[in-house]
Design a protein around this ligand. Structure first.
Ligand SMILES: Cc1ncc(COP(=O)(O)O)c(C=O)c1O
Length: 362
C-alpha cells in the first residue's frame, strides 16, 4: 500500500529483537550479522548503483536502538569494500549524547559523512551541518578559480545568528565539560532505568550514554496508546519525556543533575505502577459519545486532545508561560529566556532537543 518515501532507497532490517536483545545494557551482544543484509542488497543492485548507506549510530525515533556489538563495523567494512559512502546521522548522537563527542567515536567507526543538527546549537536556533572526510571535502572545494565551491542555494546557509549560537554552544560544552558529564551520568541512568524492569507492561529497557528507553507492551489493536497515556501522565506530574511507538525515551539535557535524573525516572516508575490497568480497547467509532468529555478525550481522541492542549498552551511566538521553577532553572543558564519566542515547543522541548540552553553572544 505504501511505497518507499524516497525512490531508489532500500531499507536494511532493524536490529530490534526482543527474543535476543531485551534488557541489554549498552550495546546488545546479538545482531551484528544483520549488517550482512547490506551485502545481499549490494549483490542485488550492483555496488556502482549505490551512492551511500545512511544510519543513525543509535536509532532514535524508531525507539532508541543501540547498535549491536560489531554491527557498525560490519557496515563500514562492506561499504569500504564496495566503494560506497557510509553516512552517520548524528543529529541525536552528536555533541555528547553518548558520553563521547560523536557516536563515531563512541563506537569507534569512522563514517565518510556525518550529519548534525540539534546539539550543534543546543537546539535554540535552527542549524544543520555536514562533516565530510578530507577527500570528499577536497572534491567539492578544488576546481577552477572562477567556480563557486559547493554551489547551492539555501536562503539561510551559514546564518550569523545560528553560527553565533553554534559557537556559544560549543564553548559551553567545552567550558562546562558537558560531554564528560554525560559520560559520568550514564551509569546512573543505566541503573535507574533498568530498575524499572518488572513494572506493569514493561517489556524491554535499553540505554546508551545519556539515553534510556523503556518499551511498553502495546494495547491490543491500539499501538502507541499506552505510551501516549504514560507520556501525558508524566507530563502532568512535571516530567516531559518523549514517546515513540510504545517506547518511552529519556534523553535529558547534559546539564541535568543527579537528583533531577532520579526524579525523571522515579516519576516514570510511579506512573507505570499506577497505570497498572488495561487501556481501553474500545474501537474509536464505538466509544464516541460514551462518558464525560474527559473520558471521551482519553478514549477517542486522546492523542489529538493532548496535542490540541499543548498547542493552545504553547503557541509559537507567544511569550513563555513557564512555571516559577522552570524560570529559575532556565534563568540560570540563558540570557533573556523569559522573552524567548516559542519556537516549535517550549523550554522543556529545548531541554529535550538540545543539550543546554545557551546565551547567544556576538
Ligand atoms: C536522527 C535525526 N535525524 C534527522 C532529524 C531531522 O533534523 P532536522 O529537523 O534538524 O532537519 C532528526 C529530528 O528529530 C533526527 O532525530
Amino acid at each position: 500500500m505504501f511505497g518507499a518515501l524516497l525512490p531508489g532507497v532500500d531499507h536494511l532490517p532493524h536490529t530490534h529483537d526482543l527474543d535476543h536483545n531485551a534488557y541489554s545494557r549498552g550495546q546488545p551482544a546479538w545482531g551484528a550479522h544483520l549488517a550482512d543484509e547490506l551485502g545481499n542488497i549490494v549483490a542485488l543492485h550492483d555496488p556502482s548503483t549505490i551512492a551511500a548507506v545512511i544510519v543513525e549510530p543509535i536509532a532514535g525515533s524508531t525507539g532508541v536502538l543501540p547498535p549491536p556489538v560489531g554491527y557498525l563495523d560490519r557496515l563500514r567494512e562492506i561499504c569500504t569494500r564496495h566503494g560506497i559512502l557510509l553516512i552517520f546521522d548524528e543529529v541525536i548522537t552528536g555533541f555528547g549524547r553518548t558520553g563521547h563527542p560523536f557516536g563515531a567515536q563512541a563506537f569507534d567507526v569512522t563514517p565518510d559523512l556525518i550529519t548534525l543538527a540539534k546539539g550543534l546549537t543546543s537546539g535554540v536556533v535552527p542549524m544543520g551541518a555536514v562533516l565530510a572526510k578530507g577527500d570528499i571535502y577536497d572534491a567539492f572545494m578544488t576546481g577552477p578559480d572562477e567556480a563557486i565551491e559547493f554551489f547551492h542555494g539555501y536562503t539561510y546557509s551559514g546564518h550569523p545568528v545560528a553560527a553565533a549560537a553554534g559557537l556559544a554552544a560549543q564553548a559551553v560544552y567545552r567550558e562546562e565539560g558537558l560531554f564528560e558529564r554525560a559520560a559520568a551520568l550514564a551509569p546512573r541512568l543505566e541503573d535507574a532505568v533498568h530498575a524499572l524492569k518488572g513494572l506493569p507492561h514493561v517489556i524491554d529497557i535499553r540505554n546508551y550514554g545519556l539515553i534510556g528507553a523503556v518499551e511498553l507492551e502495546p494495547v491490543d489493536g491500539r499501538p502507541t496508546l499506552r505510551a501516549m497515556e504514560v507520556f501525558e501522565a508524566c507530563y502532568e506530574a512535571g516530567v516531559l519525556l518523549r514517546c515513540t511507538g510504545d517506547t518511552m525515551a529519556i534523553a535529558p539535557p547534559l546539564i541535568i543533575g543527579q537528583d533531577e535524573l532520579d526524579q525523571v525516572v522515579d516519576t516514570l516508575a510511579t506512573v507505570l505502577r499506577t497505570s497498572n490497568r488495561e487501556c481501553d480497547n474500545t474501537p474509536r467509532d464505538q466509544s464516541v459519545g460514551s462518558g464525560s468529555l474527559h473520558r471521551r478525550a482519553s478514549r477517542v481522541g486522546h492523542e489529538r486532545a493532548f496535542r490540541r492542549r499543548i498547542r493552545s498552551r504553547y503557541r509559537v511566538g507567544q511569550p513563555s508561560r513557564l512555571s516559577r521553577r522552570s524560570r529559575r532553572y532556565v534563568g540560570r543558564h540563558t540570557c533573556g529566556a523569559r522573552s524567548f519566542p516559542r519556537v516549535g515547543g517550549h523550554t522543556g522541548a529545548v531541554a529535550c532537543t538540545g543539550n543546554v540552553p545557551v546565551q547567544i553572544a556576538g
